[in-house]
Design a protein around this ligand. Structure first.
Ligand code: FAD
Length: 532
């Protein structure tokens, strides 16, 4: 099989006739083509007068060697397989803390290996969780154990479900195929910017859980990991609480995939002298525009074409101050989401449904912040700074979980926030007009001010005075790293695998899932008495 990339297709392309496209564009005789499959599809919108698709095609044909010599961008391609090693010993069950992307994929791989993992998840199953989150979004109380950060599916359940990632890893294809098998749209296997949407993601999460259980694993909801005991420097017992009280599980294998918002877990590990270090993270706001304005800015006259989905963008600017401002986790046709997990502290993030058809498009607008800004060498200093900023945002929003918001015009002109314009903020339970100066450090506000103007030069209308800034976006990544060695174990504790985004080893759904698989593989290798 050969893979040919860079193949142009018009927006009107009939995707059931890829043979015809090969004949026309690649000049391969129809009789020589045995099969053609779409491998990847992206939108080329660099010239607004000529928006089209760019495809990669997997082709089986007679005379492939000749095609490899003559076709531009053609390489030999063999689909990668991922094999799971069965565990040889069934006497012990590994424990996984957290059922977010890292914990879910660790659980799936361990269950497929025959290891019958036990998952402890502090939040509820996804259906109960949806009700908790909706109650909060409608002005009800925040449940600190079951919210946008905590519960089945982890932080990504109420997300945009974007599956693009900055990492390159052979496991990614396998993960996407599992997501499609469990209910994600098939086009995630080919889209250059794959996206599931929160509505479909919930089904994926449930089906994955059912598969883990069918393979002999267990998922215990409302079960909070509270500590562990060691024997000869190795994990030997794991403690958790549920509505019936405290419990212990004897196991020598613990994958900790608790996410970046498990601040009590970070404090627990620090109190037990587990090696952790400070880590850069980012803070800022969400910027919201009307979806149709972003679509027009990205697609020009092609905006609204039935073959195009809501447009996304990615922008970054380096500023004279030495800081950078960048957009992150863009949610076309989505919502700004109430992402708090602690009482008296506010956080926002972005979410969309699979149709991405909401009125606004939003994106995080972030400035990097690092140990030099923390003002302390304490390993958890970044987390304490996050908490302080989230408290300020809570106060700025009116101390009732409304979020502080301001128009770009008022912010850039340093005016007292007046009133909103055409962009209606999507954040629920609502916003209170207040500028970022009330909750963000001055250097972040300066970077936002300078950067928004620069970004407006790159994307028409980005600096629209009626666009809205809603804060605070403070949980884009973990503020700490739980160190691990080449066997993926903590250097302090054998059998303890810090995993996923919270441990500082991943960022985003797919990279967290990859890390979960890697930790599961390391556990299997150890259970089988081998080395990683
Ligand atoms: C609103 C929102 C939108 C997002 N959109 C995207 C997106 O579109 N694309 C993308 O790639 N990323 C997105 N992200 C980020 C993505 O969700 C995370 O990177 C990813 O979920 C990290 O996976 P994880 O498994 O490492 O941790 P998490 O997903 O945070 O999972 C950790 C789990 O551990 C559980 N837990 C914590 N403490 C304990 C304890 N003591 N005992 C038992 N269980 C515990 C938590 O309840 C949680 O379920 C979004 C995040 C949010 C909040």
């Amino acid at each position: 099989m050969i893979r040919v990339s860079g193949v142009r297709a018009e927006l009107s392309q009939d995707f059931s006739d890829l043979r015809g496209l090969c004949e026309k564009r690649l000049k391969i005789a129809g009789n020589d083509i045995k099969s053609v499959r779409l491998a990847r599809k992206s939108v080329d919108a660099r010239r607004k007068s000529d928006v089209h698709f760019i495809l990669s095609l997997d082709i089986e044909a007679r005379g492939e060697e000749k095609l490899l010599r003559h076709l531009k961008n053609a390489v030999r391609h063999e689909p990668a397989e991922y094999e799971i090693t069965p565990v040889s010993s069934h006497s012990e069950r590994p424990v996984i803390v957290g059922f977010g992307p890292a914990g879910m994929l660790a659980a799936l791989v361990l269950a497929m290996s025959g290891a019958k993992p036990i998952v402890l998840e502090r939040g509820a199953d996804v259906d109960t969780r949806v009700r908790s989150v909706e109650t909060f979004r409608n002005g009800g109380p925040l449940d600190p154990e079951c919210n946008v950060q905590f519960g089945e599916g982890g932080a990504g359940t109420f997300s945009d479900g974007k599956l693009n990632t900055g990492i390159s890893d052979g496991r990614i294809g396998w993960i996407l195929r599992r997501f499609a098998e469990f209910g994600a749209p098939e086009d995630i296997l080919t889209d250059a910017k794959p996206h599931i949407g929160t509505d479909r993601l919930r089904e994926v999460v449930k089906n994955l859980r059912e598969r883990v259980i069918a393979l002999g694993g267990e998922v215990r909801f409302n079960s909070k990991f509270t500590g562990y005991e060691l024997a000869n420097g190795c994990i030997s017992r794991i403690f958790y609480t549920d509505s019936h009280g405290s419990h212990a599980i004897d196991s020598h294998y613990l994958i900790l995939a608790a996410g970046h918002s498990a601040r009590d877990v970070f404090e627990l590990l620090h109190s037990k002298n587990v090696t952790m270090s400070q880590k850069n993270f980012s803070v800022g706001v969400r910027i919201e525009h009307r979806r149709e304005d972003i679509d027009k800015a990205m697609y020009g006259g092609f905006a609204g074409h039935p073959a195009l989905k809501a447009a996304s963008y990615k922008l970054a600017v380096h500023l004279p101050s030495g800081r950078s401002l960048y957009t992150f986790c863009m949610c076309p046709g989505g919502y700004v989401m109430a992402a708090a997990s602690e009482e008296g502290r506010l956080a926002v993030n972005g979410m969309s449904c699979s149709a991405r058809d909401a009125e606004n498009s939003n994106s995080a607008l972030l400035v990097g912040i690092g140990p030099g800004d923390f003002g302390s060498s304490h390993p958890l200093a970044g987390m304490y700074l996050q908490r302080e900023l989230e408290e300020r945002a809570f106060t700025a929003g009116g101390s009732d979980y409304r979020a502080p918001a301001v128009t770009v015009g008022d912010f850039l002109e340093r005016r007292k926030p007046g009133k909103l314009g055409k962009v209606r903020p999507s954040y629920k339970p609502g916003v209170r007009l207040a500028p970022p100066e009330e909750y963000l450090p001055e250097f972040v506000c300066e970077a936002l001010r300078d950067g928004i103007i620069e970004m407006g030069k790159k994307l028409r209308g980005f600096d629209d005075p009626e666009a809205v800034l809603t804060g605070i976006e403070s949980r884009s990544s973990s503020p700490v790293r739980i160190e691990r060695n080449s066997a993926l174990e903590s250097p302090d504790i054998a059998g303890f695998y810090p995993c996923g985004e919270g441990a500082g080893h991943a960022g985003g759904i797919v990279s967290a899932a990859v890390d979960g698989m890697k930790c599961a593989e390391a556990v299997i290798a150890k259970m089988n008495g081998g080395k990683v």
